[in-house]
Design a protein around this ligand. Structure first.
Ligand SMILES: [Zn+2]
Ligand SMILES: [Zn+2]
Length: 251
């Protein structure tokens, strides 16, 4: 398994993986017999490799299950591998990961897996992909989604804002009157499609933030603004605690 960043998914990468797999036993060179020993004749088929069932015309001949047709069995097993001819060995393989891979996908590396039976070719190695979470970007298929907070004044008046992208900060112009939750699409700033190579888009979702604290000047201006809207707002809160204290005789 390899862990990839979204940048690596975008460009494709090469990863070195280390794992343990069965390899030929060095002691017996894969024969499974102890040094100098020779395999003996299989007792089940008496060395023919085949067993016959039934009789007369309908005798069925099949491969011997004990020796699998070789006619030989290991009588004096190798002490290193116990007669299997294989030993676990560390292996380092470089895996090419194509651009656009998805979470959980397995990248096939031909004939780097476990050895085949009776000296057959090795099976394939599958390297599974995990994708690391990005601080600001979320993947949706081949598109990327970024949620970007802006102030209510930027939303009202329009602004050029900085948005995160796979290759750093990018400028995005948002128009006056942008609403909370609006989504802007930046073409071709997503991830490439694994097959078609067509690049996805980045979707910027706008979060309009309302200030939690206003200084005196800002509050004054907003109250002026509220008057033009003809909307009811709470009266000025500053001095309220002072008035309470005065009323109850505190200092
Ligand atoms: Zn061995
Ligand atoms: Zn046999």
């Amino acid at each position: 398994m390899v862990e990839l960043s979204l940048q690596e998914v975008a460009k494709g990468t090469e990863k070195t993986i280390e794992f343990t797999r069965q390899d030929l036993c060095g002691e017996c060179s894969g024969t499974g017999s102890a040094k100098g020993a020779r395999p003996g004749a299989c007792p089940t088929c008496r060395g023919s490799g085949q067993i016959a069932r039934g009789g007369g015309f309908f005798q069925m001949v099949s491969t011997c299950p004990q020796c699998r047709g070789t006619g030989e069995v290991i009588t004096n097993p190798c002490r290193q591998c116990g007669g299997s001819g294989h030993m676990p060995k560390q292996r380092v393989v470089s895996v090419k990961i194509p651009a656009g891979v998805h979470e959980g996908q397995g990248v096939r590396v031909a004939e780097e897996g476990e050895p085949g039976r009776d000296g057959g070719p090795r099976g394939n190695l599958y390297c599974y992909v995990r994708i690391k979470q990005h601080e600001f970007l979320e993947r949706d298929g081949n598109d990327l989604i970024a949620a970007v907070p802006i102030s209510f004044t930027q939303a009202s008046l329009g602004a050029a804002i900085e948005v995160p992208s796979l290759d750093g900060m990018k400028e995005l112009k948002i128009p006056a009157g942008t609403q909370h939750g609006s989504v802007f699409r930046i073409k071709g700033q997503g991830l490439p499609d694994l097959r078609t190579r067509r690049t996805g888009d980045e979707l910027v979702q706008i979060l309009v933030e309302v200030p939690t604290k206003l200084n005196a000047k800002q509050e004054e201006l907003l109250r002026e603004f509220a008057k033009t809207e003809n909307k009811s707002v709470f009266p000025k809160a500053t001095g309220f605690v002072d008035r309470l204290k005065k009323y109850f005789g505190g200092n």
